[in-house]
Design a protein around this ligand. Structure first.
Ligand SMILES: [Zn+2]
Ligand SMILES: [Zn+2]
Length: 88
């Protein structure tokens, strides 16, 4: 059994894409109010020029200053990218 390929298959199912840009998260941040995660640049661009910051997915309001880096997600994205590199 090729365990690396197996790992790659498992990781391919993990949701690691930002719903704004549909790419792997860059600098993922989590919204404190609804726990949805987005790339920091995506959520910043989405909220620019709006009176009230809201989640692009569920419209829950949030404070830009309350954005928390989602380190677990960032680590997972790096791991997945690393494994996919190895599989190439
Ligand atoms: Zn994004
Ligand atoms: Zn949300």
């Amino acid at each position: 059994v090729d365990s690396l390929a197996e790992l790659g298959r498992l990781l391919a199912d993990v949701e690691l894409s930002c719903s704004c840009c549909l790419q792997h998260f860059t600098e993922p941040v989590r919204l404190a109010s609804c726990s949805h995660s987005f790339c920091r640049p995506c959520i910043a661009a989405y909220c620019r020029g709006r009176q009230r910051a809201t989640c692009p997915l569920c419209r829950e309001g949030f404070e830009l200053k309350d954005l928390r880096p989602n380190r677990e997600l960032a680590a997972l994205v790096s791991l997945v990218c690393f494994v996919f590199q190895l599989l190439k």
